[in-house]
Design a protein. Structure first.
Length: 247
């Protein structure tokens, strides 16, 4: 099946790499008009060079004023895909107040800003779909050394359900995706920064019941469903794409 998102205008955050990039490309390949945003000019330029029809816009999703200016340039938004995220490593004893604030600013406040700015457009057009990237490490499952990451990703699930409840009568759907461990530049950086990268990679894979990491494209496949008209009766849910971690 192709053309599942034909005619839809979609905004993707953190589209420069990883899940955001794979999803922006997947949306584009299904016929959507995609605006890819990211803080990194270079990764956006690389994406635009490879896919000239994907519009790119440098945007800091933690800067509310910048978001409000960006939204002024939009006439409609059918789908908002929020993929911004940061992984802090450590327990509560390793988490200083600055780490807590930074993680919550990036992982949840960014989505608050984006949703608040774009929902009025969706209300005006009487419909839309919001998709937020959460994590298995959230209210779904506690993982070692993911204290503030898990707390912030749990907040995303709460935000998602609340928006879904408040705007269901306006035909605005809001769902979240909770990936397991996914192969990405962010994951590779964490492995490389560990004391023993070889063992770290083995440990990440060992906690996946399927014995492998997920791919960004596998997360994007779920996003296509939630963005499209096949999921118009689906809202307020969190979809685990985790290789069996929550079995």
């Amino acid at each position: 099946m192709s053309g599942r998102l034909e005619g839809k205008k979609i905004i993707v955050t953190a589209a420069g790499q990883g899940i955001g990039k794979a999803t922006a490309i997947a949306f584009h390949n299904e016929g959507a008009s995609v605006v890819a945003t990211d803080l990194n000019d270079k990764t956006l330029a690389d994406l635009n060079k490879e896919y000239p029809n994907i519009k790119v816009n440098t945007l800091d999703s933690t800067d509310n004023n910048a978001i409000l200016e960006f939204v002024k340039t939009l006439d409609k938004v059918d789908v908002l895909f929020n993929a911004v995220g940061f992984v802090h490593h450590g327990t509560i004893l390793d988490c200083e107040e600055k780490d807590w604030d930074f993680s919550f600013d990036v992982n949840i406040k960014s989505m608050y800003f984006m949703c608040k700015a774009i929902i009025p457009l969706m209300v005006k057009q009487n419909g839309g779909s919001i998709i937020n990237i959460s994590s298995i490490a959230s209210s779904l499952k506690g993982l070692p050394n993911r204290f503030v990451y898990g707390a912030s990703k749990a907040a995303i699930i709460g935000l998602t359900k609340s928006i879904a409840s408040d705007f269901v009568k306006q035909n605005i759907r809001c769902n979240s995706i909770a990936p397991g461990t996914v192969f990405s530049p962010s994951w590779q950086d964490r492995v490389n920064q560990s004391p023993d990268p070889v063992q770290a990679k083995k440990d990440f894979i060992a906690r996946q019941p399927m014995g492998r990491l997920g791919t960004a494209e596998e997360i994007a496949a779920m996003a296509i469903y939630l963005a499209g008209d096949e999921s118009t009766f689906t809202t307020g849910n969190t979809f685990s794409v985790d290789g069996g971690m929550t079995i």
